[in-house]
Design a protein around this ligand. Structure first.
Ligand SMILES: Cc1ncc(COP(=O)(O)O)c(C=O)c1O
Length: 382
């Protein structure tokens, strides 16, 4: 069989910008603030727990929905912070990362011809997952500097074919968050409709300036129609572990699990045991101040540079506007910055289907102070 005989299901998808920028960062030995992962270590305690469970022999398949003790811990945590008791037996499933949970939810409910509203700039897995399942992405575009939704305009995208809306707060790549008013507007819009939601909340604990994360779980009109997606990778600085979970009311979780069992069946066993133990200490409470310090440090170090910015409100990303330095296209400017200044970032345009004329680069500040300081020093010279 020749390659040309295979009709691609994703003809428009090539190498992602993350792979391209990381490869360039390696080639030019640039400081890599492009891809979203920490350059500091996972807690020693958590690593020891994983080791311990492996040595104790917890190395075979976990139950399909996940290790019961981990689902129990998630139920307790969700009740404590969002005041909704999800049933660990029927409403919580452990997944191999947030991305798998998102794909699984889409595959479970989107049928050919269904419309799915996606807010762009968007995390890059949403649209391909919709297309692979025969859905039609309907895009609502946000623009800088505030990246706010106009809900009256948004409402115009809803049709009788709308099956699903995907939302993401705190937002990658914009670093914005949904307010209570945003979720009230969405609740009003969806009242008396059968439209479902995937709420991507992988950065739930990475939120700043005393703001509180507005989970759909807090909104009764949204909660009963939502798959809510979380990531242990983000919360415990272990993106390479690819561990996450999904919460949904039983009628949705039933369908989710039908796909989950044939996609992965179950996720990594010793990690699930370790996380169940580790979660008992509520060790996510320090995350907002931990990351706020990093954001503030990075922005202070950029003081006096040619970049302008609105401080990120959540996620571990900061957009910098370079229009005071250059009016080149963002992809070109990002490549130049990597080659000539030794700092790799991600241009914003690949997060859009039809990129607007904006001049933003995304920088990940989940890095050690020395990494951020060296990067900022280089950026200040522009
Ligand atoms: C908005 C968003 N959703 C989901 C994910 C995926 O999380 P995971 O690594 O657990 O698959 C990411 C990771 O970058 C993300 O930024």
């Amino acid at each position: 069989m020749q390659a040309e005989q295979v009709q691609s299901k994703l003809p428009a998808v090539g190498t992602t910008i993350f792979t391209i920028m990381s490869a360039l960062a390696n080639e030019y030995k640039a400081i890599n603030l492009s891809q979203g992962f920490p350059d500091f270590e996972v807690s020693e305690e958590l690593i020891s727990l994983v080791h311990e469970y492996m040595k104790k022999g917890f190395n075979q398949y976990a139950p399909m929905a996940g290790h019961p003790a981990l689902r129990e811990q998630i139920a307790l945590k969700t009740d404590k912070i969002y005041h909704r008791k999800y049933n660990p037996d029927t409403e919580i499933t452990i997944t191999s990362g947030g991305t798998q949970a998102i794909y699984t939810a889409i595959a479970a409910i989107v049928k050919p011809g269904d419309e799915v509203i996606v807010i762009e700039p968007a995390y890059d897995s949403y649209v391909p997952a919709i297309l692979l399942n025969g859905g039609i992405p309907v895009l609502y575009s946000l623009y800088g500097p505030d990246f706010k939704i106009d809900w009256t305009e948004f409402a115009k995208l809803i049709s009788h074919k709308t099956k699903l809306i995907i939302i993401n707060t705190p937002h990658n790549p914009a670093g914005t968050i949904f307010t209570e008013e945003d979720l009230n507007s969405l609740s009003m819009l969806l009242k008396d409709t059968g439209i479902l939601i995937i709420s991507d909340e992988v950065y739930e604990h990475i939120i700043f300036d005393g703001l509180s994360h507005q989970s759909v779980i807090r909104f009764p009109e949204l909660l009963n129609r939502s798959f809510v997606v979380f990531s242990f990778g983000k919360t415990y600085h272990a993106t390479g572990w690819k561990m996450g979970y999904c919460l949904a009311p039983e009628y949705l979780m039933k369908e989710f699990r039908k796909v989950h069992q044939f996609l992965v069946f179950s996720s990594n066993t010793p990690l699930q045991h370790a996380l169940a133990e580790y979660m008992k200490n509520a060790n996510y409470l320090e995350l907002p101040s931990f990351y706020q310090n990093k954001r503030d440090f990075f922005l202070e170090m950029l003081h006096g540079s040619g970049f302008s910015f609105t401080p990120s409100k959540g996620s571990y990303f900061q957009l910098l506007d370079y229009s005071g330095i250059s009016n080149e296209k963002d992809t070109e400017f990002a490549i130049k910055l990597t080659r000539e200044s030794g700092v790799a970032s991600i241009p914003l345009s690949p997060f859009y289907k039809t990129p607007p004329d904006q001049h933003y680069l995304r920088f990940c500040f989940a890095k050690k102070s020395e990494t951020l300081a060296s990067a900022a020093e280089k950026l200040r010279t522009l």
